[in-house]
Design a binder for this molecule. Structure first.
Ligand code: NAD
Length: 502
């Protein structure tokens, strides 16, 4: 099939958006490369400390007036933004494929999920309401109001360059705060387009800014006394050791949504055809670069004899490998493609390192993705095919650490309890799924499993925008999560007023 028209034809020189102005950075420029074609599609600045300071200072100046803007007027800006995003839906989706590598269908899904957050944030007059009670004592009434706090920083990961900052920024703005977004410097173009549309939507200068860059920008946010809190999504070492710690040291509120190693359980009564179809998206969607990706496939022999278990195990693994081996790999702007490249060569090398570790540890490489067949004439720099390991045990590194690539580790558990113990032995707690027709097993799974996002006959347990994007253990540091009601609470402070009239 033909490749769709690319929305980026000429190399972009990205700028920062500070105080309503598009400004060139004094920092060095870094290439943004389309991982499928190898072409440089943009250059992004690695901004300086002075630039992040300026963005925060001007956001602080914009805060009093924005805070005093009625919630419905703030919501109207977001209605306009949501309409503009909708009008640019296809362009935005294709940009994501170009800057990240995911397939166009995956990008369209990401665009939809991102816009849904803007839509939910338009409900701010209701979401932000407090409550009251009269006559709490003789002639005394009491009420609670929620107030915005000032300036917040949002730091995004590379794997969902469009959607993840939208788990936070629209709600920050809706609640009357000002926000400075730092996209991943690996794929920052979507966030620049969003800021352009935010400007067009009439969001005032200083209310929604974008500063590109890396560590300097992040430490600038952490050190600046006028940043009230940080929303971070990324890897566990950075989330835990840099962001959570840094916010603790400087007294900022924090959300740090981090890494994952997700288990998918297949019970003997699962609908095999639908389970395998769901597993393909779970394990190989976004080329495995998703915090909700399936990573460990646990085939559970609950209630089966040894012989029945062997047969069941083989049926599941054969069907899984067969489906995985038929995934079409190539440039995501070709609509027939089902899996794109990894984001860059460094990430591919990292995954190759894990594959080697699996082999060295004695796991059986049942499907080897190291020399994939690529549809189309693209350099093989970042492509890797679906990979399946069998005979994986809980002590192996490949079953413990986040690989963040298209690698499935198949494991065995004799019972549901044993499988749940395996999940709990892992330090991450982002997501876990079970495939079963049994309400009893499903209920037991949801009740016992200590993970933030639970899938029942769902391979990617991604919460909708009006639910929190959850997580626990090493997948999450903070108290509240992105999206919906929880993020509204994060961006506001409650104030209780007790009043008596004489
Ligand atoms: P990353 O931690 O490398 O980078 C995240 C952000 O932090 C980027 O903006 C980056 O520029 C910045 N950063 C990186 N190193 C830094 C440092 N030393 N000091 C200060 N800032 C630094 O993560 P990534 O590779 O971009 O994203 C992938 C990770 O994100 C995976 O671990 C994935 O599981 C996780 N993730 C989690 C969720 C969730 O909701 N739990 C969602 C999406 C992605």
């Amino acid at each position: 099939m033909a490749v769709l028209e690319e929305p980026i034809q000429e190399r972009l020189q990205l700028r920062n958006y500070i105080d309503g102005e598009w400004v060139e950075s004094e920092g060095e420029m870094k290439d943004v490369v389309n991982p499928a074609t190898g072409k440089v599609i943009a250059q992004v600045p690695i901004s300086t400390k002075a630039e992040i300071d300026e963005a925060i200072d001007t956001a602080k100046d914009a805060f009093p007036e924005w805070r005093a803007t009625p919630p419905l007027a703030r919501a109207r800006c977001l209605f306009r933004l949501s309409n503009l995003l909708e009008e640019s839906f296809e362009e935005l989706s294709r940009i994501q494929t170009m800057e990240h590598g995911k397939t166009i269908d995956e990008s369209r899904g990401e665009t939809r999920r991102g816009i849904e957050n803007v839509e939910v944030a338009t409900g701010i007059p209701s979401l932000m309401m407090g409550y009251n009670l009269e006559d709490v004592a003789a002639g005394i009434d009491e009420y609670l109001i929620r107030q915005p706090l000032g300036v917040f920083g949002v730091i995004g990961p590379f794997n969902f360059p469009f959607m993840v900052p939208l788990w936070f920024a629209p709600y920050a703005v809706a609640t009357g705060n000002c926000v400075v977004v730092k996209p991943s410097s690996e794929d920052p173009i979507s966030q620049i387009r969003i800021a352009e549309l935010a400007e067009e939507a009439g969001i005032p200068p200083g209310v929604w800014s974008v500063v590109n860059g890396g560590r300097t920008v992040v430490s600038g946010m952490l050190e600046h006394p006028d940043v009230k809190g940080i929303c971070f999504v990324g890897s566990t070492p950075v989330g835990r050791d840099v962001i959570f710690k840094g916010c603790g040291d400087t007294g900022k509120s924090v959300i740090a949504q981090c890494g994952a190693k997700n288990f998918v359980l297949v019970m003997p009564d699962a609908d095999l055809e639908r389970t395998i179809a769901a597993c393909m998206t779970s394990f190989y969607g976004n080329t495995g670069q998703r915090c909700l990706s399936g990573a460990n496939l646990v085939i559970v022999g609950e209630g089966l004899s040894a012989q029945q278990y062997d047969q069941f195990y083989n049926r599941v693994v054969d069907a899984f490998v067969d489906a995985a081996s038929r995934i079409r790999i190539g440039y995501g702007l070709d609509e027939s493609i089902q899996m794109g490249p990894l984001r860059d060569k460094g990430k591919k090398d990292r995954v190759l390192g894990y594959i080697q570790q699996g082999i060295d540890a004695g796991a059986k490489l049942r499907l080897d993705g190291r020399n994939p067949q690529i549809s189309g004439d693209w350099p093989d720099t970042c492509f890797l095919g679906p990979t399946v390991f069998e005979n994986v045990t809980p002590d192996m590194v490949i079953s413990q650490e986040e690989i963040f690539g298209p690698v499935a580790s198949v494991m065995k558990a004799a019972s549901l309890d044993e499988a749940i113990d395996m999940i709990h032995a892992n330090p991450f707690g982002n997501a876990a799924s079970i495939f079963t027709a049994s309400g009893k097993w499903a209920r037991e799974f949801q009740y016992q499993v200590q993970c933030g996002n639970i899938g029942i006959n769902i391979g990617i347990a991604a919460p909708m925008a009006f639910f929190p994007f959850s997580g626990s253990k090493d997948s999450f540091y903070g108290t509240l999560h992105g999206q919906g009601q929880e993020i509204v609470r994060f961006f506001t402070e409650s104030k209780v007023v007790i009043q008596r009239w004489f």
